[in-house]
Design a protein around this ligand. Sequence first.
Ligand code: URP
Ligand code: ZN
Ligand code: ZN
Length: 479
Amino acid sequence: MSILIRGGTVVTAEGERRADVRIVGESVVEVGEGLSPDGARVIDAGGAYVIPGGIDPHTHMELPFMGTVASEDFFTGTSAAAAGGTTMCIDFVIPGPKQNIIEAYKQWRGWAEKAACDYSFHVAITWWDESVRRDMGILCQEHGVNSFKHFMAYKNAIMCDDETLVNSFKRCKELGALATLHAENGELVYVLQQDIFNQGITGPEGHPLSRPPEVEGEAANRAIRIAEVLGVPVYIVHNSCIDALEAITRARLEGQIVFGEVLAQHLVIDDSVYRNPDWRTAAHYVMSPPFRSKEHQAALWKGLQAGMLQTTATDHCCFCTPQKEAGKDDFRKIPNGTGGIEDRMGVLWHHGVRSGRLTPSQFVAATSTNCARIFNLYPKKGTIQVGADADIVVWDPNKTRTISASTHHQNIDFNIYEGMEITGNAAVTLSRGRVVWSDGQLSTERGTGRYVNRPCFADFWSSQNARNAAAVPTPVKRG
Ligand code: URP
Ligand code: ZN
Ligand code: ZN
């Protein structure tokens, strides 16, 4: 089966050019001007951009969390992703306290077999002993895992204390794996939650009060400093505020290998949502870190434009209204999480490219290529070139739609962007050469997504190791 995408402007992180793209089977086999169909199915991309499928580095399909399970499963979630132009996600295996990490990894692999687009897994380190150390090696060497997640928040649940963090960072360094972090000071959050609740603030407005920007900045700084001492590269997920951005920026300017992710929703939604008089609407936005004031949003945009933040994600973690109602009388019990995998690309195009903040190439870098490079998927994923997987989107820059739960494909009964009109949408989405979205119709199939191995990337980290080695003191020779 061959396909010719004809007449579009191909955009990669490096630039744009008019070119046709020929696909045979699952891969791109030719990129050039005036290619002849030679019997291929022709997809007309006239007036459109042809871009690499989006990669979402941060999702939580069917996650068991806070006494419930996220409503979006791997099939519905990856299908909704395809409708919005995202063709791959990296989800999280989150072992319970003392759960064997390989057993947890296999559990998640089983759940993900229904996925309709490609996927991979970060594995969370929530506890520590010698078996975890050993199994991190097995996951890297035998299962294509090259990134481990550390939750610095969620005390009494999945929080990773500093002892575990340090042990795991050292192991990441040995393996050439990337340490990723949810940066919030979990002890502080815990204390603030009790204080605020005891003051009689029980509604969703208590949520951001218990997680101020300083709580995030402290944890980001701590993680980065620990990583600096140990010489380990780190990736901080869902940065929401100036405090975390400053920590990343300082470290990067000092030459440390630190990556930063920003969520589309943190860029365009502010903290006024928590003061909505309707409890349900306010509760829909309970996620961590919380939405912030407009000055933080403006800083995040600048961080993305300046390359201090490299990736954009969704932290897609759907809880429907009845699930959120578990915290009706206590904001601490509202399951934390928001959805948005279907809307990330459109929201970022509209508010990023159409507003003049990002070029189309910067958009491609921030939605696909940078993620592929950082997590070692490139150039199979994250670009359009001969040999790459044909995860490709024909992107119509003039197509307008109004985001709504009544029309979205996500398995959640509300949409955090409800009513937002965006221009720029996926016209056609291909997942490894299969058309999965076209003319407003999904044609995804359960189980056609494939697990993607991500080998450790030892060479990539060597400059950091060298930098640290140079600073190692030698013992004083005596007598
Ligand atoms: O509120 C959030 N973000 N829920 C999902 C878990 C996490 O912290 O990423
Ligand atoms: Zn998180
Ligand atoms: Zn998350």
